[in-house]
Design a protein around this ligand. Structure first.
Ligand code: EPZ
Length: 421
């Protein structure tokens, strides 16, 4: 397994291009199952999760090919609506094929995603929505078996107990081909959900209200393939904002808009970071004085849980004490013990971490446990005194495209050590 070696202490400056968004690309690739023909998606990030999704589409009977930031998906005729354990266990987001398969085939057999490092992550809301649309749902030998008597879902009023991100996406896809109107209430408002609704409407769907907590979908009889370029990744951009802040650097993040990052920008500004719009992106200027800032993670438009670990790392260097509260996932503090191994002073009590700022961090050997935790450890290595080794970087490769190359171009001393641990 590869690891990453970082020599810290460099001030990072320059421009960095932001890649396409993982959490937009995955539901959009899955949604291609809703229409026969040739789909073309551009600006698709070269990530492990994207390749897992194309392999899953192949296994289902599509022909999905990735090359140079472009994914072509060809679909024709009958497919086998079974998403097997060996693929689903590699990536929970495989569950995103559930809605499209049930809508297309009137049935689906999808391995139930198990828990993961950050929480139990059940899919009860996804299944509750499908049942409301007339599906029979059974759990058999670790698989969810969904069948629709009569073969076609019907529109329904569905109130989600929690604004689940992929749950909203799955139910939007299912409702797009249902008979009649579906109203999703208390649904997720993430930019990636809005992007999926935009793509489905380009395919011929009739969806209104995406981006708000009430989405209404008028089912149609069929959809058609499209060409589409994926939006930039707001979490990758947020991560590079923290890189600029932590290294007292000066970065231009190319190709990302302000709006999807309002909550992150507000908190970074509170922490004393300079953030300005530029014609082709966002300029972020860090300072040597970081102001302690409290954060509570919430569904969009609140502060994103996917930026919690990176922001916590920044607060390790603040002049005082900050409180970080994680409300979305029940176990998303796995990075705390690793940051403390680098000399941070963080104490966790239930869902709140109290971070007392320290003068400096020290390089150390640390272990990545999940995608965003690994990003926070890489940033910690960039500011730490001496050398840091981040082990198990396969977590990082799931969600960051060529992160070492991008950081080297900004002046970082970082390299991948193949098969080191
Ligand atoms: C999506 O996961 C993202 N993944 C996650 O990004 C992100 O952290 C999360 O949304 C929150 O923004 C993708 O888009 C592929 P949820 P998702 O359903 O949809 C509970 C990253 O780092 N819940 O909104 O799985 C659940 O347990 C990843 O890129 C239920 O109880 O998240 C959790 O506590 C990590 N029942 C909370 O809701 C359900 O049926 C939020 O989960 C569904 C969810």
């Amino acid at each position: 397994m590869d690891s990453i070696r970082i020599v810290g202490g460099k001030r990072l400056v320059g421009a960095v291009p932001i890649s396409g968004a993982k959490n937009a690309a995955l539901p959009i690739l899955a949604a291609s199952l809703l229409a026969d023909g040739n789909h073309v998606f551009r600006n698709v990030p070269n990530l492990r999760d994207v390749h897992t999704m194309t392999r899953l589409l192949d296994r289902l009977g599509a022909r999905a090919r990735y090359s140079d930031g472009c994914v072509q998906v060809e679909l024709a005729g009958a497919i086998d609506p079974t998403a097997p354990y060996d693929l689903v266990k590699q990536m929970r987001a495989s569950v995103l094929v559930l809605g499209p398969l049930v809508a297309r085939c009137g049935r689906a057999v999808v391995s139930l995603p198990g828990g993961c490092a950050i929480g139990a992550r059940p899919i009860d809301q996804h299944l509750k929505g499908l049942s409301a649309m007339g599906a029979d749902v059974e759990l058999r030998h670790g698989y969810v078996e969904v069948t629709v008597p009569g073969g076609r879902l019907r529109g329904a009023d569905i109130r989600l107990d929690f604004p689940t991100h992929t749950g909203t996406e799955n139910l939007m896809c299912a409702a797009a081909l249902a008979r009649g109107r579906t109203t999703l209430t208390n649904c997720a408002r993430e930019p990636e959900v809005e992007e999926l609704a935009h793509v489905l409407n380009k395919m011929g769907a009739r969806i209104e209200g995406a981006g708000t907590s009430v989405i209404s979908i008028e089912g149609v009889d069929s959809l058609h393939p499209i060409e589409h370029a994926i939006i930039p990744d707001r979490v990758e951009a947020g991560t590079f904002m923290v890189v600029a802040a932590a290294t007292a650097g000066d970065l231009l993040l190319r190709g990302i808009a302000f709006e999807p990052l309002q909550a992150v920008i507000a908190k970074l500004r509170e922490a004393g970071v300079g953030i300005e719009r530029e014609d082709d992106g966002i300029r972020v200027v860090g300072s040597h004085v970081i102001v302690p800032t409290d954060v509570i993670t919430q569904p969009h438009p609140g502060f994103p849980t996917d930026m919690q670990a990176q922001f916590m790392m920044l607060m390790c260097l603040a002049k005082g004490t900050s409180r970080i509260t994680e409300t979305v996932f029940e176990n998303r503090f796995m990075h705390v013990s690793e940051l403390n191994r680098m000399g941070a002073d963080i104490q966790v009590n239930g869902r709140t971490a109290t971070v007392r700022g320290v003068e400096k961090l020290q390089g150390a050997e640390v272990m990545a446990t999940d995608l965003r935790a690994s990003a926070s450890l890489v940033v910690a290595g960039l500011v730490a005194e001496g050398t840091t080794y981040v082990r198990r970087v396969y977590h990082l490769d799931r969600g960051y495209e060529h992160i070492e190359k991008k950081l080297v171009q900004l002046g970082a001393q970082i390299e991948r050590v193949p098969g080191d641990a």
